[in-house]
Design a binder for this molecule. Structure first.
Ligand code: ATP
Ligand code: MG
Length: 425
């Protein structure tokens, strides 16, 4: 009826899958902190929390990110369900959110500002700061064409990084991909340039040359990179409208004194981007330099079959990478630990704990073991204080409150516990 122990070992029941991790409380509290900080700041900018399914029809991503993008060619977790529907564990947030906007008819109520946080999945080689299930926070400002919205979205990113204490560890790189006309012109120049070196390009880039030459600029292959270094730069192909748009975005950053450098090789690997592309990079994470990245994606709605473009801008940041960079310790709420001694106290303790929790006080019970082990437990859960309910004190209607940081101890009437706790914090 049951699998034998040997079979259970065979299927690695006690291991997480390669590139996925449990988040034990000491890490989970840091993830939660990052999300809360980002959500708070996004709220100050008028972004509303949304969430979309973790898996979607594969088309949502494969038809929008580009069929030569790294994500679509090699990183998606694709599977068929029992009915043969082709599904994918979402590799990123933007395409799913545009799908959400369109399928809920929200394109009639633009603009919309969304904040999200959650897991993403990419089949990659795991390394420090690179996992197969990873987590992102992100924002999407949909239905706004003004370069002011690009400036605002980048400012929000800067504020989130600042609130996390990371401003000194990141640098903002920015570029303009231009509008469709500019990109077409640039594409022509690139094809001309790379065609001369076709046989020297990596096999991937030879294919990109046919399908999407811009993506060669994104290649991580050293041979490609040497050729890329001498390729014509995108800037020369920008038409006036695109130049003007980019200038307005940079002006916003200047006005707010947000430092940046223009990186003409920054193209971002996805098909739906245009105009602004940016990345906050760091040199503190070894091979993984991108922490937060985003751009404008006016054409994404068209690619999803909508009859007109929905101009939009957004970004996403990897929580794993932010967490690795975070210097400050993040501590959970410090509870009060209740230690009942004897049956009368045990009878009292549940009601007392419940009453305190109703008053918004975090309470952890330590109902069994000797006093020493219960004190040890109180320290382990980082309690601020313990309340010892002994037989003698209970008869008098009191208990002993002991602060763990300084050892101060006092006997207090049970009716005054809440006030006494308030005085501690
Ligand atoms: P990279 O160049 O490092 O592969 P990317 O360009 O693929 O990054 P995006 O698609 O722009 O990354 O995703 C935004 C952010 O999500 C990245 O800046 C990074 O912080 C994070 N991220 C992306 N892939 C992973 C991953 N496999 N593991 C952990 N974080 C990731
Ligand atoms: Mg990647």
């Amino acid at each position: 009826m049951y699998d034998s122990p040997k079979r259970i070992r065979d299927i690695s029941m006690l291991q997480t899958f390669r590139g996925t991790h449990d988040h034990l409380p000491d890490v989970a509290v840091r993830y939660d902190y990052i999300i809360k900080v980002a959500q708070h700041w996004a709220g100050l900018y008028g972004y509303n929390l949304v969430s979309t399914p973790i898996f979607e029809y594969a088309d949502v991503f494969s038809r929008t990110l580009g069929d030569t993008s790294d994500i679509v060619t090699k990183e998606m977790f694709v599977f068929e369900d029992r009915h043969g529907d082709k599904l994918v564990l979402r590799p990123e947030g933007t395409a799913g959110l545009m799908r959400c906007l369109l399928s809920n008819g929200l394109m009639h109520q633009l603009p919309q500002k969304y904040f999200y946080a959650g897991p993403m999945f990419r089949y990659e080689r795991p390394q420090k700061g690179r996992t197969r299930q990873f987590h992102q926070i992100g924002v999407e400002f949909m239905g706004e064409a003004s370069p002011l919205s690009d400036g605002e979205a980048i400012t929000l990113a800067w504020d989130v990084l600042g609130a996390l204490g990371l401003k000194n560890k990141v640098a903002l790189h920015i570029n303009s991909l231009g509008d469709t006309e500019s990109r077409q012109a640039y594409r022509g120049l690139l094809v001309e340039y790379f065609s001369d070196f076709k046989s020297e390009l990596s096999p991937d880039s030879q294919e990109r040359l046919l399908k999407n030459p811009l993506r060669i600029l994104d290649s991580k292959d050293p041979k490609d990179q040497a050729l890329v270094a001498k390729a014509p730069s995108l800037e020369g192909s920008l038409n006036n409208l695109s130049k003007d748009f980019f200038a307005r975005v940079l002006e916003s950053l200047d006005l707010l004194k947000i430092p940046y450098s223009i990186n003409p090789r920054l193209v971002r690997g996805l098909d739906y981007y245009c105009h602004t592309a940016f990345e906050f990079v760091t040199d503190t994470l070894g091979a993984q330099s991108a922490v937060l990245a985003g751009g404008r994606y006016d054409r994404l709605a068209l690619m999803m079959g909508h009859k007109e473009p929905i101009p939009s801008i957004g970004w996403a940041a990897g929580i794993e990478r932010l967490e690795l960079m975070l210097d400050q310790p993040v501590l959970g709420a410090r509870p009060l630990s209740l230690i009942p001694i004897g049956e009368a106290a045990e009878r009292k303790v549940l009601g007392l704990a419940h009453d305190l929790r109703l008053s918004n006080i975090s309470v952890v019970m330590a109902p069994s073991g000797n006093l020493k082990s219960r004190m040890k437990y109180a320290n382990k859960v980082n309690a601020q204080a313990v309340l010892i309910l002994g037989e003698d004190e209970l008869q008098k209607g009191t208990a002993v409150l002991k602060e763990l940081d300084n050892g101060n101890q006092q006997e207090i009437p049970l009716s005054q516990i809440k006030d006494a706790l308030k005085r501690l914090s």
